[in-house]
Design a binder for this molecule. Structure first.
Ligand SMILES: Nc1ncnc2c1ncn2[C@@H]1O[C@H](COP(=O)(O)OP(=O)(O)OP(=O)(O)O)[C@@H](O)[C@H]1O
Ligand SMILES: [Mg+2]
Length: 303
């Protein structure tokens, strides 16, 4: 097991930021850390990476205890912190050289070139870090975390501040890295979890409220999914209620209807069939929410 967290608690003053959590992350898995603001995601990551000590519990990285063998743990881990602290007066290449020296990276120049390529920094590599846009600084942070080819990557909101094109590239990179390494990353973006995670841990108020493979997550709660269907013609609500899986129908405006389902069945093909059978013209069919989003809200809202 690459990362083992057992009964971890972190107390700040009177507040339990992390409350007795346990989980394991094996090699070759991308683990998504999802949770509302203040849930304890960054705090957990800081303990795993030896940035802060825990109050109780044990954390091991590749068999090394974070409290007793912090040097060995740091060698195994690449960490992109939430605030991504960088030396703004340093040039990109100079900074990466500095980090490579800290880690005593062999064949330094070749490795730096490789990382610059992998994180798409070619055009920015001769600039000062302070002159880079937010997304490119994020890439420097990622390059820094990857430089010593660590077995475990801890990435705290790695895609925040990236534009849509960069998002796609960096997500692909994280997914790729997850094949050989253990990746734990935090995010607020549901689609991101669905796109790149093998497994997701939802944390709320310092406690784990779900720890599931991504495809099993939606079975945990009955998620309500709403489908919007708009027709050219007026459709009797009872016709819509007869569609298997439909629990409720609300007429929104004109000939648009909101159909609620329990999320287990995709009702869109049935709506299409019904329209065809009755000669209705379907002009819009839209699933309002993804199920991971529903699960997240149900597990973390108002608790
Ligand atoms: N150094 C600190 N001193 C006191 N309280 C802290 C400290 N760091 C974090 N906290 C508190 O611990 C709780 C968990 O914070 P944490 O940063 O781990 O949340 P998070 O899940 O990463 O949230 P976000 O999604 O906003 O990044 C919060 O209530 C926060 O205010
Ligand atoms: Mg955080």
């Amino acid at each position: 097991m690459s990362v083992t967290v057992k009964n971890l608690t972190k107390i700040y003053g009177a507040q339990k930021a992390v409350d007795n959590i346990s989980f394991e992350a094996p090699k070759g898995q991308v683990l998504g850390f999802l949770g509302p603001n203040g849930a304890g995601k960054s705090t957990t990551m800081k303990v795993i990476t030896c940035y802060i000590p825990q109050s109780k519990g044990t954390v091991k990285v590749c068999g090394h205890d974070v409290s007793e063998e912090s040097q060995a743990v740091r060698e195994k881990i690449g960490y992109l912190p939430e605030q991504n602290p960088l030396y703004k007066d340093m040039y990109v290449k100079e900074y990466l050289e500095f980090i490579a020296n800290v880690h005593k990276v062999p064949k330094k120049q070749a490795r730096i070139r490789e990382m610059i390529g992998q994180t798409g920094l070619e055009r920015e590599q001769h600039k000062k870090i302070g002159a880079l846009s937010k997304g490119y600084r994020q890439r420097v942070g990622l390059a820094q975390a990857l430089l010593h080819d660590p077995e475990v990557l801890i990435l705290d909101e790695p895609t925040s501040g990236l534009d849509p094109n960069q998002l796609v590239e960096i997500r692909a990179l994280i997914k790729e890295l997850g094949r050989e390494k253990t990746v734990i990353f935090s995010t607020h973006i549901m689609q991101e979890v669905q796109a790149i995670c093998d497994r997701v841990i939802i944390i709320n108020k310092g406690k784990i409220v779900a720890d599931d493979p991504i495809d099993k997550l939606q079975d945990r709660v009955t998620a309500t999914v709403t489908v919007k269907a708009e027709f050219l013609e007026k459709v009797e609500e009872k016709l819509l209620l007869q569609i298997p899986g439909v629990m409720d129908v609300v007429n929104r405006n004109g000939n648009a209807y909101l159909l609620s389902t329990n999320g287990k069945l995709d009702i869109r093909p049935e709506i299409f069939k019904m329209a065809k059978q009755n000669n209705f013209t379907l002009v819009e069919l839209f699933k309002e929410k993804s199920s991971v989003e529903d699960v997240f809200q149900q597990l973390t809202r108002g608790k």
